[in-house]
Write a protein that binds this ligand. Structure first.
Ligand code: ADP
Length: 444
């Protein structure tokens, strides 16, 4: 920006050292008159006298013109022209002065070296109307040119004021520093405390993890031992139990010596018990195999129509109650990628249970997508036991007559198989209303 055209507020010529004092004094007065604050008046006056001194030293007198500009933002411009001063020396000499003003520019014009400087006026300063400028001109015209001594006294006064301010600022700085140091100490203390606490918590967590690892290793070992034990025991039991059943059959065979009525009744009892025992042993063996991870699913495209058809056939033999309707719906869709044998085993298991625990109403098997449901209108299972029935050997204690005895291994086995197929087995049941078991298999 450059000063707008218009009449200068004041002009003064600097020819020798004493004129610098005059320029300084006038500079301060002009600064005051246009509304600069006290500190800025001093800065501005100092800038003027410094530049005056530089111009004199660089070889020449100078004319100084003060040009206030009321435009937005209002600015006080000063233009100094020195016909003889060397521009390079002026540029170099005025460099430190730049800090004191908003802009400072040295140019080499045809008629000499020109220095332009500007200082923005504070917003609260009275607007520089033509009237105000005339007033200022009047004020300045009455100003008696002071002696260098007076100006020196003034300067001293300003210096003292500036020093006072510097001291006050230094004290404030020291106070702030002390405060900061104290806050820092507090923060450091807090930080140390927190990191100590964190470290302690970390140690605790690490120890806990160690314990957890150890426990899960033990748990795995125990579970493996249990599966091994079950597999071995049931395997070992199968042969003798099968032998007992065979021997019982031999005893009651028509080719054998005839038995008394009482003897054949007892042999029948033995055979019945042995058959139950064989079921238990077989169930145990199946479960142990499933748990030991020895069952690998054989995934293929399964025709659900075929699976459902076979189930319909085998279950009809079990559905002997005329009050219970056995419904096997047509599957939709008809093919699914899964293990046919395992799926059939799970569904047969759930359907057998449903028929066993339903006295009237219906037992229904349906399939939608990869979701299979077995819904019955039987005795139902109390809410608090709905997870327990998936535990080995657990049977709901009830007065309701369930036909045939069970082992309490069917549901844990079914859930295990569904897990092997990558799915879930869930239950919804209301006592007295019925139960719905849902097998959800992966879609793909
Ligand atoms: P099991 O049928 O050999 O007793 P399961 O593991 O198949 O063993 O079932 C455990 C128990 O869960 C059953 O004894 C029975 O109390 C209960 N239960 C299972 N299915 C049903 C059902 N559809 N309705 C009512 N109770 C059921």
């Amino acid at each position: 920006m450059t000063p707008s055209g218009g009449e200068p507020l004041l002009q003064v010529r600097v020819r020798a050292e004493p004129d610098i004092f005059v320029a300084r004094k006038l500079g301060r007065e002009v600064a005051r008159a246009v509304g600069l604050e006290r500190q800025d008046q001093t800065r501005f006056a100092t800038a003027l006298s410094e530049i005056g001194r530089v111009l004199l030293a660089a070889g020449g007198a100078a004319d100084i013109a003060f040009l206030p500009d009321g435009a937005n933002p209002p600015t006080l411009w000063v233009v100094m022209v020195s016909p003889a001063a060397a521009p390079d020396a002026v540029t170099q000499g005025t460099a430190p002065v730049r800090r004191l003003v908003d802009s400072l520019e040295v140019s080499d014009a045809r008629f000499g070296t020109v220095v332009r400087l500007s200082r923005r006026l504070p917003t609260q300063a009275p607007p520089l109307t033509r009237k105000r400028l005339d007033e200022i001109r009047d004020e300045l015209a009455h100003l008696a040119p002071g002696s260098p001594l007076e100006e020196l006294a003034d300067q001293n006064e300003q210096l003292i004021a500036a020093l006072d301010e510097v001291r006050a600022q230094r004290d404030e700085l020291a106070r702030l520093n002390a405060e900061l140091e104290e806050t820092n100490r507090g923060v450091m203390a807090l930080y140390h405390q927190l990191s100590d606490e964190l470290e302690e918590t970390n140690r605790g967590v690490v120890a806990l993890y160690g314990e957890l690892d150890e426990k899960s290793v033990q748990l795995r070992a125990a579970s493996e031992a249990k599966s091994r034990f079950l597999a071995n025991v049931s395997h070992e039991l199968r042969a003798p139990v099968t032998a007992i059943i065979g021997l019982g059959r031999l005893l009651t065979d028509s080719a054998s010596d005839p038995l008394t009525e009482e003897q054949s009744r007892q042999v029948e009892l033995i055979r019945g018990s042995a058959t139950d025992l064989l079921t238990l042993v077989n169930d145990l063996l199946d479960l142990a195999k499933a748990e030991a991870g020895r069952i690998e699913p054989e995934i293929s495209d399964v025709d659900l129509k075929v699976v459902f058809g076979e189930l319909r056939g085998t279950l009809r033999a079990l559905a002997t109650r005329p009050e219970v309707e056995l419904i096997v719906e047509d599957p939709d869709p008809v093919t699914l990628r899964t293990d046919e044998v395992l799926l059939a085993r799970v569904l047969r298991n759930l359907m057998t249970n449903a028929l066993k625990f339903t006295e009237r109403g219906s037992v229904r098997l349906s399939a939608r997508g990869s979701v299979f449901t077995v819904a019955d209108t039987g005795v139902g299972i109390p809410e608090e036991l709905q997870e327990r029935i998936f535990e080995e050997f657990y049977q709901v204690p009830s007065g309701v007559t369930a036909r045939g005895t069970g082992t309490g291994l069917g549901l844990p086995y079914a859930r295990r198989l569904v897990t092997i197929l990558g799915g879930t087995l869930t239950l919804q049941s209301t006592p007295g209303v019925g139960s719905t078991f849902t097998v959800t298999l992966p879609e793909a």
